[in-house]
Design a protein around this ligand. Structure first.
Ligand SMILES: [Zn+2]
Ligand SMILES: [Zn+2]
Length: 95
């Protein structure tokens, strides 16, 4: 009688071990983890999107740190034009 009991126990153990190994699927899709365009460091929620459209970490967010392609000079000049287009003329008249 005792032998049959042992048999049952061993059977259940085998069944459990068969179930346990979980097949891990290989990641076929790339994770959408946000990374710095310059140093490839994970930035997560603390990423900074530059005016050139790229994402950077706190170090490389500055235009000078990632060789920004955005034309800040042009933007600056256009802003001046929009704010006071007659600035140059006024100065000339005053003098
Ligand atoms: Zn970076
Ligand atoms: Zn930039």
């Amino acid at each position: 009688m005792a032998n049959t009991e042992k048999m049952d126990i061993s059977k259940t153990i085998v069944e459990e071990t068969k179930k346990s190994p979980i097949k891990k699927k290989k990641k076929s899709k790339k994770k959408r983890s946000k990374r710095c365009f310059q140093c490839n460091k994970k930035v997560g929620m603390f990423g900074f999107t530059c005016k050139c459209g790229k994402l950077f970490c706190s170090v490389h967010r500055y235009a000078s740190e990632h060789g920004c392609t955005y034309d800040y000079r042009k933007e600056h000049q256009e802003k001046i034009k929009l704010n006071n287009p007659d600035a140059n003329f006024n100065k000339v008249n005053e003098i």
